[in-house]
Write a protein that binds this ligand. Sequence first.
Ligand code: MIC
Ligand code: SF4
Length: 647
Amino acid sequence: MAKTLTQKILEKHLVLGEYKPGNEIGIRIDQTLTQDATGTMAYLQFEAMGLDTVKSDLSVSYVDHNTIQIGFENADDHRYLLTVAAKYGIYYSRAGNGICHQVHLERFGKPGTTLLGSDSHTPTGGGIGQIAIGAGGLDVALAMAGEPFYLTCPRVIKINLTGKLQPWVSAKDVILKILELFTTKGNVGCVFEYAGPGVKTLTVPERATIANMGAECGVTTSIFPSDEEARKFLKAQAREDDWQELTADPDAEYFKVVDLDLSELVPLTATPHSPGNISPVKDLEGTEVNQVCVGSCTNSSFRDLMVVAETLKGKHVHPHVSFVMAPGSKQVVDMLARNGSLADLIESGIRLAENACGFCIGNSQSPQTNAVSLRTSNRNFLGRSGTKSANVYLVSPETAAAAAITGTITDPRDLGVPYPNVDMPEKFVIDDSMILPPSDDPDSIEIYRGPNIGEPPSNNPMPQTINGVVAIRVDDYTTTDHIIPAGSRMKYRSNVPKYSEFLFEVVDPDFYSRAKDIKESGRQNIIVGGISYGQGSSREHAALCPMYMGVRAVLAKSFERIHTANLINFGIVPLTFKSEADFDAIEQGDNLEIPNIREKIANGETLVVKDTTKGTEFEVEYDLSDRAKEIVLAGGMLSLIKNKKSN
Ligand code: MIC
Ligand code: SF4
């Protein structure tokens, strides 16, 4: 039978279940990646599993998120990560070497393999024909321990590309168009598989940009074929041996086919405060711009920064614009430095930031009050930039460069200058000296633990009956950035009690004290949410910190994939409303009882929620595999592992 590319790779890695869309399957993971903000907890969990070394073919620990180092916490965490990597057979990419997804694509991504990363933008690897999936840190820790990764066997959507991008239109506009077509909700359990004659017109970094931001649609991953272009890229990275040709069978059947003519696309932007609010740049022309930021794992490749450098060459950044550039990797800066473009950029007046996430995660370069900030990154959720009143627009490097020159939102096609066609280098500068291999003598390595490192908290088994209080009721599209902010708070990632103080800070700063009172009164906390609850980042702290605060259940209209898995992993049950009216009727502060929840989940029976404040009751749904039920009833994965060990 003819197969999609996704099916070919997944079937090769299948260890449990049958390849049938909708089924739960377990796959072998070849490569893992972590970044520091999710990595500390992931490695604490890995350590708790008691293994001598990782079982994956390759595991890399990147330091790219918390590189600000105000206070001792970040630096201590880096040292912890360094020693863990050395001891357990993990490569360690030092702070300064670049953003995990960019570096992984350059130096490690391999067509036909599986990659699991504790970051939602891990699908960037799909640009090189890898099945690359984002997950919570605990799932990545399990993959490092050689356990399968469980997922819903995906429905594969073919995106059939034809034509060729016009000058000043680039890969970012392609994915923004796809976001317009698919939106940020309703794509859970799908994979975007790119095919068609348009594919060969896109370079690997452009494909990576498109695959990267599929995360914003909520798909499990996105994948491009591994073709001649992929071979050229790997050859230029001196890794031609990692190449193999991979495509779908010509008559493969898809869940859906969507045609996209690249030549018809125009410059697009995602307007505040969602990557799904798409508008043509032209419609916003003339809006004054205060800040322009180029970088992030979406648009920080050599190609992207060269387009900006060439567009700005000989010009100056507009006097009212602060223009920040954060290159994706040391390799990218090295290339720009050697070909002279870095000097041009500096002459133009850019503010050169570290090769790291930086502005994208809001730990630096927060814009001014009410600012208009144009960014090449992938998320513009309220408050993510660090300035709640700021309006962040997501754009291509081309549109960013145009605004940096004119000081207003400008369709780059209106700049009236020739489009800088950037050729891919035949050879990238290769220097892996910032990637430290694991130790030859692991026994000699002592793990460093600074005062910020705590024990990963675990949960108690699910009680017979939940007697809880609605500690918060949030709207549709509540993201993990709303649940637990990153930015300047992120340095407490390895200190769960402290980090929990910032839960729901952007939406309701009183949440913590309210939830604390409820917990101390011996009742459980319950969260009520709307559509697509838990969009965005993979941070398991959006489940771990609520668990620490005594949250036992989240009732929502719908959930996103990674967050659902995280809730289950930490013993919080995700329940779905059957009707909009039930959601509307619930208020913050309502007492909710879910009688016999243990038994009912174990037996697959209908769950009834009693609102004892209102004197009403309603049914809720749950979609838990037998494995997920076992985890949730045990009080989470760590409790389950402990139980299994002690039996
Ligand atoms: C993000 O872009 O939101 C992050 C920070 O990279 C997260 C991971 C995290 O919260 O540490 C992600 O995308 O998964
Ligand atoms: Fe880093 Fe931003 Fe990419 Fe997240 S989205 S990995 S914060 S660059």
